[in-house]
Ligand binder design. Sequence first.
Ligand code: DOR
Ligand code: ZN
Length: 343
Amino acid sequence: MTSITLPRPDDWHLHVRDGAAMASVLAHTAAVFGRAILMPNLKPPIDTTAKALAYRERALATLPAGSTFQPLMVLYLTDATTPDEVRAAKASGLVHAIKLYPAGATTNSDHGVSQLDRLDPTLAAMAEVGLPLLVHGEVTDPSVDIFDREAAFLDTIAEPLLERHPTLRMVVEHITTADAVAFVKAARPGVAATITPQHLLLNRNALFEGGVRPHHYCLPVLKREVHRQALLQAATSGDPRFFLGTDSAPHAKHTKEAACGCAGCFTAPHAMSLYATAFEDAGALDKLPDFASRFGPAFYGLPVNADTLTLVREPWTVPDAYTFGEDVVVPLWAGKTLGWRVA
Ligand code: DOR
Ligand code: ZN
């Protein structure tokens, strides 16, 4: 196969930050994807519908004239999010989900939820109006090994949550383990997962390849090879509960190449090349269109994009860095060659 044409894909998990940084990175996504879920972990967080709508306007203002790219907004769940806020979010028609960051789990999660069961009325309102809960599925207890935090979250938090709210829809974001694959497969209808390119392509050895590799560090952290294999199997299985979410998370180069480096891999420009590489290695390129373009819209109740994207088999070397506001950001795979690029 020398080219593959698919309905224009969407990115169901994306970080674009704000201001000049957003202007730099959102253009890459808008050039390839039709829509993207913009994650709300800004400082301060996007925790009201009013803030989400203003953020959406700022995102749209960065796009080139004529762009049809649609930012899809998400609220950041805090201890103070009320059922009324949930209803306002739904009524806006522009907020598509609410994101749970356990307090302290990751970048800008200090406003996250400290005790989830106290939010039961808010979660009940989400179930009632049909706004899905997107979860960063990791416990934050520092005594739990970092490689076990996802599995622990699913057992101790997600499972009881789904039982308390039998109609709440949930996406376990950026899954990293065989445990998460099994959890989603065994769950009742309305539970799905996104999978990033880095978790399909790399295992935890990539963090220490000849030295510490800060550009391979993201959260949840890369796991063992058996887990990567389970994710690849899920992504290429044709199961509609597993769909594309890059979790492209740009940080300025100097904040990653530091004594305490930030978590996140920047993949917005070449995410489709990375996914195509992973799917081809698994002998399943034919499964890419459903994973990238159809299963996400089906979960969110949105139409599949009407136009298409073509990937061609052509060696392409990933740049060493991209502009990021006043800084630069180093992409995943920098300086290495990929076998597919967007036509
Ligand atoms: O690696 C990550 N980076 N994981 C997250 O959950 C957040 C993200 C970010 O915003 O930088
Ligand atoms: Zn994320």
